[in-house]
Design a protein around this ligand. Structure first.
Ligand code: ASP
Length: 324
């Protein structure tokens, strides 16, 4: 090869490599880590949003369920992933607030992740297997107390939203039945339908469809307002457990140090998904409430997470919940 030709070839090769590096984000599929089992509430939200975010991003979002220890294993997987915008973690009130007060985490929930978007919140439902001999919440509480040695409650692991809901229920009612941990409330609810376990305090987005098709019974919603798509279920105030409110809000995070442009694209894609009427309808049917658009942001999520850590850590530490 003549010298001049060689120089041109090198320049071309460098040019190609340079162009490859500068490929616009995202140029390949993005993995969204769901820290609970498939079919559960977090997984369902991830799939509804991921499907719509694909349209905005032009890349598939691959859902990966990394389960265990109330979601803390999946969150750790995100913390340790390359900060390149291709690994995103979805989580919620318990994975990104409560777990920090219960587990000896080897990461910091606030400083080892960068926030991307605040996502919808849903209340929980006090639900049971279908054939419980109680016609309302008061009768259910009496039945649970009488039968506390025979019945059990399902949770998604120590410290998960369903576990905190269950503990709160026990504190308020005095019914001390044992808990059975699952890798998410998706599998737990299957056992509830089958009657292997008896009671759960579970996110509406998971149990509402099963209540509506008659496979489970719901006795109250843990909010001050009824769910618009399920107006027959009374609030805890109406049913006899005043003030028993739990709202499970969700968020998207990436490993700390992810490029700003990637975070901006992801935030915008999440906002576009939440503004889509089809997505809004699906979420409303599950009892999920969408936060205002101006807080569906990294800053909005960061503020909510910090405020919730301040509120809940003292409560959870005082409850002395043990990690699995
Ligand atoms: N969010 C969990 C799940 O997806 C359940 C929980 O926190 O209770 O299964």
């Amino acid at each position: 090869m003549k010298k001049a030709t060689f120089a041109v070839a090198v320049a071309a090769a460098v040019g190609i490599a340079g162009a490859a590096q500068a490929q616009p984000y995202p140029s390949r599929p993005i993995t969204m880590v769901v820290p609970f089992a498939a079919g559960g509430p977090t997984d369902t939200l991830a799939r509804i949003l991921g499907e719509r975010m694909r349209q905005s991003l032009g890349q598939t979002i691959v859902i990966e369920n990394t389960t265990g220890a109330a979601g803390s294993i999946g969150v750790s997987r995100v913390v340790r992933a390359a900060p390149d915008g291709y690994t995103v973690g979805i989580g919620h009130w318990s994975t990104h607030v409560i777990n920090g007060a219960i587990y000896p985490l080897n990461y910091d929930l606030l400083t080892d992740l960068d926030p991307v978007a605040l996502l919808p919140a849903n209340p929980q439902l006090i639900v049971t297997k279908p054939n419980v001999p109680a016609k309302d919440l008061k009768e259910l509480i009496a039945w649970a107390k009488e039968n506390q040695d025979k019945i059990s409650g399902g949770t998604a692991g120590a410290g998960s939203a369903s576990h905190i809901g269950g503990i709160y229920f026990q504190q308020k009612t005095g019914a001390r039945y044992p808990f059975v941990p699952y890798r998410g409330t998706g599998p737990a609810i299957q056992d509830l339908i089958a009657g292997q376990i008896d009671i759960m305090v579970d996110q509406s987005s998971n149990s509402l469809p099963q209540v509506q098709n008659g496979k489970l019974r719901a006795f109250a919603v843990t909010a001050s307002k009824r769910i618009a798509s399920a107006p027959d279920i009374p609030t805890v105030d109406e049913a006899g457990l005043p003030g028993f409110y739990i709202s499970v809000w969700h968020g998207l995070w990436v490993p700390r140090g992810t490029p700003k442009e990637a975070i901006e694209r992801l935030t915008a894609a999440a906002q576009e998904a939440l503004a889509d009427p089809g997505v809004q309808k699906r979420l409303a049917d599950l009892g999920q409430e969408i936060p205002p658009r101006d807080v569906q942001t990294p800053d909005g999520l960061n503020r909510v997470q910090k405020a919730e850590i301040e509120k809940w850590w003292p409560i959870v530490k005082a409850a002395n919940i043990k990690a699995e």
